[in-house]
Write a protein that binds this ligand. Structure first.
Ligand SMILES: C[S@@+](CC[C@H](N)C(=O)[O-])C[C@H]1O[C@@H](n2cnc3c(N)ncnc32)[C@H](O)[C@@H]1O
Length: 452
């Protein structure tokens, strides 16, 4: 839903709800949630926290909300027009999950919301369905039983697509899949990894400014207090906002001091910037020029200076638009390919991802990943390092991909990196699982090319 032109609001609909509805409508038409959020300007609203809880929560619990709505409306929510669906989901989320919103207010605002759109004739239906939601004291009884029907329970109450639930039950068992789904439905913490400053010093600075508690540092990462504006933390401490899972991938690479590192899928650049601490020079390449701008901004922010070019004096991170299948360097001591993937390890942070990814994507992505790995391997010299990383949990994108690569390239061998042992599998690959770590999911294989 778009706010009315000329700024006039004929109804009493709050600006926060208008913004939330417009973001959710965009997501419904296929835009990424983080992109729609940024473009909306909601981050500058005084109601920022409330809008974010409403928008991210409505997307995260879409499966749960749709199940309730279908039971109480007597039809599949997919059959509703987009404006009606958004109003119903937002209303149901406020009634069921947002303690601070009285049910009568959520119902009447949802009715107003629909009246403001070209679907005003549906106002009566929205009113009737949401009143049923508000007067249903035990919504859990509308859901499949977790023990008898784990798949049905995780797809509805757990709010994940059924095909993915089925996959995860096969991979992790019903108990593991349930723990993973629960972990994905939690709000993630925000972490800062200092770059160019010792973590202990950075933590002290942030704690003194009231942005984190002392003792919130673990390894290189510092958990910021809830509600802290990341930009405020970055203005005090040089670094990157990065989940510990991504930080662990950086640690797993650990290039030799002074090495030439090629990060061939680098944007938006968190890992490239963190790698620049030890490396002599990082070539940060990405296919997307638009996304590469984020790398350049990051480098500028860290005060290093950068250019979209390969050569130049005194620069340590070079942002280059290039296809990893045809790398923009002849050779590099260490090559990282943090490949495009299904992102099934990052559903806490990107709750819309679970609804966007489809079964055929896994196969298509695996083919892209394979060709990127092949291209990357061509610039790894004898004795050099190739690190393959994803933020996915799927076998075809992780262990399966690496096993196939090693069969085609017997001159490469996996070696355990310096990441903490509890995150290494029996082969020495980094495996971070959201339900075991409380972090995002990540996978990384560190492969050394034989010297002869
Ligand atoms: C998972 S993201 C990388 C995240 C990044 N390493 C970081 O830490 O911020 C994958 C990236 O691969 C890029 N990409 C996709 N296909 C590519 C290709 N053929 N060559 C180079 N980059 C590619 C995408 O544009 C995207 O930025």
């Amino acid at each position: 839903m778009k706010p009315r032109r000329g700024g006039g609001r004929r109804s009493g609909l709050s600006p926060g709800r208008v913004l939330a509805a417009s973001i959710l409508a965009e997501v419904e038409s296929g835009r990424r949630l983080d992109v729609a959020w940024e473009a909306s300007g909601a981050a500058r609203s005084p109601e920022r926290g409330w809008i974010r809880t409403l928008v991210y929560g409505t997307v995260r619990f879409r499966g749960r909300l749709d199940h309730i709505l279908s039971r109480l409306a007597g039809r599949d929510p997919a059959a509703f027009d987009r404006e009606v669906l958004v109003a119903l989901r937002m209303g149901a989320y406020q009634i069921l999950e947002m303690g601070g919103v009285p049910a009568y207010a959520a119902v009447s605002e949802a009715v107003e919301q629909v009246k403001e759109t070209r679907k005003r004739a549906a106002a009566g239906l929205v009113n009737a369905v949401l009143r049923k939601v508000a007067s249903n004291p035990r919504p859990r009884s509308l859901f499949p039983d977790a023990e008898r029907d784990p798949e049905g329970y995780l797809a509805t109450w757990g709010s994940h697509p059924r095909w993915l639930v089925r996959r995860w039950i096969a991979a992790f068992g019903p108990v593991g899949a349930r723990a993973l789904v629960d972990a994905n439905n939690r709000e993630p913490d925000v972490y800062l990894r200092p770059v160019g400053q010792r973590p202990v010093v950075a933590e002290r600075t942030l704690a003194e400014a009231g942005l984190c508690r002392s003792g919130s540092r673990d390894h290189q990462w510092i958990a910021l207090d809830q509600g802290t504006d990341p930009a405020a933390a970055l203005s005090l401490v040089p670094g990157v906002i990065q989940d510990p899972a991504a930080s662990l991938v950086v640690d797993h690479v650990s290039p030799p001091t002074g090495a030439l590192v090629a990060d061939l899928c680098a944007a938006p650049g968190g890992k490239a910037l963190a790698l620049s601490e030890a490396a002599g020079c990082v070539v940060a390449a990405d296919l997307s020029e638009r996304r590469l701008r984020r790398v350049v901004q990051g480098v500028r922010r860290l005060g290093e200076g950068a250019a979209i070019a390969l050569r130049g004096p005194g620069r340590r991170v070079w942002a280059v638009a290039a296809d990893a299948r045809h790398p923009p360097v002849r050779r590099a001591d260490a090559v990282l390919v943090d490949v495009p993937c299904s992102g099934t390890g990052t559903f806490r942070r990107h709750p819309d991802g679970r609804w966007r990814v489809r079964p055929p994507d896994i196969r298509k992505l695996a083919a892209v990943q394979r060709s990127i790995l092949e291209g990357a391997a061509t610039v790894v010299p004898r004795g050099g390092l190739l690190v393959y990383a994803t933020c996915a949990l799927e076998h075809e994108e992780n262990e399966g991909q690496v096993q196939d690569f090693l069969k085609r390239h017997p001159d490469f061998r996996i070696e355990a990196g310096p990441a903490p042992e509890r995150f290494l599998d029996e082969n020495g690959c980094l495996v971070v699982l959201p339900h075991e770590s409380g972090f995002d999911g990540a996978f990384a294989a560190r492969m050394r090319r034989a010297r002869d």
